[in-house]
Design a protein around this ligand. Sequence first.
Ligand SMILES: [Zn+2]
Length: 253
Amino acid sequence: MPSLENLNASNLVIWDAHVHIGRFRDFYFDPRQVALDLIQLGVQRWIVSSTTLCEGVNSFEESLRELDIMESVAPGCAIPFLWVVPGMISQLEHYIDPRFQGLKVHGRAHRWPPNGIALQYIAKVADERNMPIKLHTGGQLRCDAGIYYKLCHSNPNTNFILAHGRPVDQALMVLKKCPNVFVDTAFMPINDVAFLVCNEMSDRIFFGSDYPLDQLFYPGESLKTRYQNFFKELQTVVPKNVFKNNLSRSLFE
Ligand SMILES: [Zn+2]
């Protein structure tokens, strides 16, 4: 299998800003296998969060073990984001294990009032720890990209990633008004990515795949082939090398 590196001219690091491990419905995304797949694809660093935590705080220890497995297979490659679930709020600091480098909030899977005190509190904790926050967008009005404008705008020192950038016109509005906001391309239609590029947002787009969630929607297809095809397709609309290195520079420096 050709590595993604072969699709690119230089040797910069390829990041994937959106990867999952853990249990999800009837699926199990084996952290060992996910790490091996990404390495085989030529991805060097990835932001990962465990879907096991969707089930609630009782799954917390299990999610840490999954991260340890991934770390043992691919040392230093994974950048764990804590999937914050409502049951954590009263003791959020307790759950921010040193492994975590960012926080993830899923406003579709869980009811987080977009302008409520809980999200502002999460943003405050993230700010104190210099952590970026990834926000799932789309699928419900309560988590569409535009509804997070106030949250992003009122926390200018915190970087936010609008995962999926949905709907794209709202994502663009937030990007234009808030320099601390980025999108990832997980499950983004290619035309939406092209739209953001045309609006001069290239350096605010992170490559993200949602790997290996495609399993849910495209059973029987090769996930790795889908991954490569998506990456190749993105390269046709995004300036060369935009998906390399910018994630590290933008989020963690
Ligand atoms: Zn995801």
